[in-house]
Ligand binder design. Sequence first.
Ligand SMILES: C=CC1=C(C)c2cc3[nH]c(cc4nc(cc5[nH]c(cc1n2)c(C)c5CCC(=O)O)C(CCC(=O)O)=C4C)c(C)c3C=C
Ligand SMILES: [Fe+2]
Ligand SMILES: [Fe+2]
Length: 337
Amino acid sequence: MLPPDHPPVAASGTGVLLVNLGTPDAPTPAAVRRYLAEFLSDPRVVEIPPVIWRAILHGVILRTRPAKSAHAYAQVWTDKGSPLAAVTAAQAEGLQVRLGEGVQVDWAMRYGNPSIPAKLEAMKAAGCDRILIAPLYPQYSGATTASVMDALGDALRAMRWQPAIRTLPPYHDDPAYIAALEEDIAAQMAGLDFEPEVLLLSFHGMPERTLHLGDPYHCHCRKTARLLGERLVQRLPGLRVETSFQSRFGRAKWLEPATESVLENEAKAGTRRLAIAAPGFSADCVETLEELAIRGREVFESAGGERYTTLACLNDRAPGMAMMETLVRRELTGWWP
Ligand SMILES: C=CC1=C(C)c2cc3[nH]c(cc4nc(cc5[nH]c(cc1n2)c(C)c5CCC(=O)O)C(CCC(=O)O)=C4C)c(C)c3C=C
Ligand SMILES: [Fe+2]
Ligand SMILES: [Fe+2]
């Protein structure tokens, strides 16, 4: 006989857990501070010896950055909360509809809420004994993909009865991803009331050092940009496609060219009409809606640019959801029809 509090033994089900970076619970300095403290304490994100970094983080960064970042978040906050969380939730709902009843789809954040351990426990309790973990980062990096796997390992370590796990590989050059971006970007470009001379593909930056340490992130971004750029110039002859890296943080050298410098230099060199897209972000977030759409426009226009637009990320629209369904179904092979 099993004790009365024993979990059900017959549970057998498949789950998919979408994971994105994480975001504050509110656009306030206190909530942003809590989020940044967790995010920036991850040694995968800031690779400085912890004794030195802790002093800088707690002595300087967490005293100044939360107010500045909270201002940025406040400008893009929605009635459903942070855009990153709202879009990730919508993606999970959309994928659930596409996959049907046989699979449970849920979502979690690497930092903040809802957390990976909380969602793993909940899915296991709801009968999932096989779970696909899908980090929504097309390009692999230690700071993102590997960090999700670290958190997953920690969560599993705390479980007596673990589910079986699969993980979604990075998909930076997957034909389904490139095709989704091509279709989505081309449709958005066709709907503009002006014809951009340049399409700038802006990826989140990383310290340049990580490239020399063997992180494939830079190469993954470059390959995505090349494959996508080749497709887009075939469709839109005359368009020039450029690549850059945004969101520089701290004093170290980051991957170049920096998005801000490219926007300024393009305008100064005579480009008048520019569109910017962020193919490395699965969902719109503060980095696209504030840094690109608001501050990027200011940089471009104050250097002489005339027309500027920020294209939306794949979010939960059809091309991105079809891609997600393709990638996830492939990983579920043998687990579920
Ligand atoms: C050392 C600092 C950072 C590294 C390395 C880093 C890598 C990295 N980040 C993303 C994706 C996102 N980052 C987001 C926000 C964000 N990133 C950093 C710093 C580093 N990122 C900070 C401090 C912030 C918070 C905002 C701010 O204060 O500027 C977001 C958006 C989160 C949101 O709530 O909307 C995403 C997404 C990737 C893909 C990446 C490495 C490849
Ligand atoms: Fe970041
Ligand atoms: Fe930023």
